[in-house]
Ligand binder design. Structure first.
Ligand code: TPP
Length: 279
């Protein structure tokens, strides 16, 4: 849903989300590289695509499957005022509640998602149930290319296509990385768009950091009738912060000591100034 925001406004929100990710992770480390790389998708999703409800939350549903990317949701919902940065600074703390992977019912999270590969089938079930109830809510499920190696994902895809769930949109974070190296070396998942097409989806491969492309593809997904949609979003860990992407291209998990957090923050400050000048 286009909410009268310009691409520049959304790019600014994405930069602020990246800044929040760094601020949250600089205390104890965490999944900073993923949070940074997903900032544009988060801005498009939370600030443009998902329809707000009267109660201050969303009518549409977001299912995060790759639980360790919770940092993306925390950082985005801090920008919308749903989370407080003071709370989020306790991310990754022993005994704290701001976990690396979320628990079902926690604000912004539909499922408990630490065990990878569960979200696509759960979101297909959710989309089916919403349609049975006569709801017009749409379901967006974010998952990673590594999760494509799990069988459950394809059971969910088969069900979604069989049920013609056009209220379901998969968003695949296609970063070609997983914990032990490149997905292409561990167990190749490409060609991802063709695989989803073969399962009965409409699919589109885009850059996960191009706001215009993201918005256009969400439009296309919403306009697609009779089949679910798969957006394959190419990203790279630390996308959007050059100094860190060059220094830590394979940073699956980011230790606190590995990063020059001030250099990353300075780069975002410069990005924000340049975007502000474009307004
Ligand atoms: C079922 C399952 N197996 C293994 C893990 C451990 N684990 C956590 S993150 C990760 C790698 C994830 O790679 P990918 O899913 O591609 O996500 P990325 O970090 O690249 O975005 C693994 C294997 C897990 N959480 N769940």
């Amino acid at each position: 849903m286009r909410r009268n925001q310009s691409i520049t406004d959304l790019d600014i929100l994405a930069a602020k989300i990246r800044a929040n990710v760094l601020e949250i992770c600089r205390q104890r480390g965490g999944y900073a590289a993923q949070g940074v790389a997903l900032a544009d998708i988060a801005a498009a999703l939370y600030f443009d695509e998902m329809r707000p409800d009267d109660d201050g939350w969303f009518r549409d549903r977001f299912v995060l499957s790759n639980g360790h990317d919770a940092i993306m949701t925390y950082a985005a919902l801090a920008e919308s005022g749903h989370y407080k940065m003071d709370d989020l600074r306790t991310y990754n703390a022993d005994g704290g509640w701001v976990d690396q992977s979320p628990i079902e019912g926690q604000l912004g999270f539909e499922i408990t998602a630490g065990s990878l590969g569960q979200g696509p089938s759960q979101s297909a079930g959710l989309a089916w149930a919403l349609r049975q109830q006569g709801s017009d809510a749409r379901v967006y499920c974010l998952f990673s290319d590594g999760e494509l190696q799990e069988g459950n994902v394809w059971e969910g895809a088969m069900f979604a296509a069989h049920q013609k769930l056009d209220n379901l949109c998969y968003i695949i974070d296609n970063n070609d990385m997983q914990a032990s190296g490149h997905a292409a070396d561990v167990m190749a998942v490409e060609p991802v768009p063709k695989k989803f097409e073969a399962f009965g989806f409409k699919s589109r491969r885009i850059s996960g950091t191009d706001m215009g492309e993201l918005l256009d593809t969400f439009d296309e997904a919403r306009a697609t009738k009779g089949k679910p949609f798969a957006m394959i979003c190419d990203t790279r860990l630390w996308d959007g912060i050059d100094c860190l992407q060059k220094a830590l291209p394979m940073a699956h998990y980011t230790a606190k000591a590995a990063v020059d957090w001030d250099a990353g923050a300075a780069e975002i400050t410069a990005t924000l100034a340049a975007l502000d000048a474009k307004r």
